[in-house]
Design a protein around this ligand. Structure first.
Ligand code: LLP
Length: 446
């Protein structure tokens, strides 16, 4: 179909105007599961996971790809990406528990977080997670204390750790999702010397095994230059540490943040192209530094799950509003909004929408798709052309909502959160069920 980058790979529109995903008619899916609903194309998600793994393994000979579960994690998704040869990056005890419930071995899981609780560190130790990414000086002592009697049930094992550093590279579309410039809470500064001090402190602790250095520069990045610049800084730090201590750490993780297309016409970062760019930079930098190349790992989240999923809504109120310049904008209200997609309100993120339940010959109108919440910033799609006869009962689909859609959903206005329904080979299956008013009432202790 047109605008292929924004729709799941299997999406197709029939002569009746109805969209099918993996062969399933979205009208039938909505009739059975209701709306709003996140509809996930399993084969699309799996093929993106494979594409990232293959591209980075081809470019480097071997590399580890961790799926960043914060983008969206459920037991089935954890299983699928693990099946496809990926590891899992978790940021909390909750994400860790889901990955473990999926049967992913602790060894294949990483734990991040700038403020990990003792309970989270103990859960990581008990599961024998393959790496804890240390985010502050204070955390070095805390992880060492938790690992005093071993790791993963082995009394002789040290806690495997990386140190997250900030390279000063500022990347990504919005300040709140750019994480490697200096004035923010993550990591330890390379320029300020804290990164080196932390690496040396880890080497001094007999309870810790230093695997390598971690850098994550931001999210929704479309320019490869940020990754190559950060890689150079991290490799120089690695070589500086080796000169000082004689220890050349084996691994460098370049984090996630690979951008996707949200709007028709946008071009996503291509896994093959970025892997080749980074591989060339790593080879050059290591040759200049005179150090062997490290093992490389990455943590893509959005670029694996984002485009695999669309949100299906039912149209309710349609209201023409006359603007100051006397033009008309058609406000199309749907049955969800900022509780199922916070990104427009939080980041000013732009999305696309299409009528997916019928054909229409009506001339297009300039529309704004809005939600049902009590807030004028409750916008789903700022500006999109929709058929002029769009009406209550129509189904609209908003693509690329798989990343940070359900995972950042809330119960604002006590709206129950939508289900995630996966489709494969014409068959749908609920991965996360719809929340009910009873679920919400059950939390309220009266
Ligand atoms: N690794 C680390 C250490 C991260 O902090 C993140 C994202 C990722 C990997 C995955 O990044 P991705 O490939 O998904 O861009 N809620 C925001 C995005 C926050 C990203 C936080 N960290 C949004 O909706 O745009």
């Amino acid at each position: 179909m047109t605008d292929a980058h924004v729709w799941p790979a299997s999406a197709a529109v029939g002569a009746d105007g109805a969209m099918r995903v993996a062969g399933a008619d979205l009208r039938a899916l909505a009739a059975e599961h209701g709306t709003p609903a996140y509809v996930l194309d399993e084969a699309d998600l799996r093929s993106r996971a494979r594409a990232w793994r293959e591209a980075w393994n081809d470019a480097f000979g071997t590399a580890d790809v961790y799926y960043a579960g914060k983008a969206f994690l459920s037991v089935a998704v954890a299983r699928w990406v693990h099946d496809e040869g990926l590891r899992i990056d978790t940021a909390t005890g909750g994400e860790l528990a889901v990955a473990l419930r999926a049967g992913v071995p602790g060894e294949a899981i990483g734990l991040h977080g700038n403020n990990k609780s003792d309970a989270e560190l103990v859960a990581a130790r008990d599961a024998g997670v393959g790496r804890v990414v240390i985010d502050s000086m204070a955390e070095i002592d805390r992880v060492a204390a938790v690992a005093a009697d071993g790791w993963g049930g082995d009394p002789g094992r040290r806690a495997p750790v990386m140190v997250r550093v900030t390279t000063g590279v500022h990347a990504g579309g919005h300040e709140y999702i750019a994480t490697a410039h200096e004035d923010q809470k993550f990591g330890l500064s390379v320029a300020g010397g804290q990164a080196l001090a932390a690496l040396e402190a880890v080497l001094d602790r007999p309870e810790l095994e230093l695997l390598g250095i971690h850098s994550h520069i931001g999210s929704q990045i479309l320019d490869p230059a940020g990754f190559t610049l950060a890689a150079r800084t991290v490799l120089a730090l690695r070589s500086q540490l080796a000169a000082l201590t004689g220890v050349l750490v084996e691994e460098v993780d370049l984090g996630g943040g690979f951008g996707v297309a949200y709007l028709p016409g946008e071009v996503p970062l291509d896994p093959v192209r970025i892997a080749k760019d980074v591989a060339a930079t790593v080879a050059d930098a290591c040759a200049e530094l005179g150090t062997p190349q490290p093992r490389i790992s990455i943590e893509p989240g959005r670029s694996i799950v984002g485009p695999s999923t669309l949100t299906l809504y039912t149209v309710g109120t349609v209201k023409p509003v006359t603007l100051d310049d006397s033009t008309v904008r058609t406000y199309v209200s749907v049955d969800g909004g900022m509780s199922d997609n916070l990104r427009p309100a939080l980041y000013g993120a732009r999305y696309h929408a299409a009528l997916v339940s019928r054909t229409s010959d009506a001339a297009p109108v300039r529309a704004r798709v809005v939600g049902k919440h009590c807030e004028s910033g409750d916008i789903v799609v700022h500006d999109v052309d929709l058929p002029g006869d769009v009406a209550a009962g129509d189904l609209l689909a908003v693509p690329v909502t798989g990343a940070y859609g359900r995972s950042m959903a809330s119960n604002y206005n006590l709206v129950p959160r939508p289900p995630v329904v996966a489709v494969a080979d014409g068959v749908w299956r609920v991965l996360v069920r719809r929340e009910t008013i009873d679920d919400l009432l059950a939390l309220d202790q009266g």
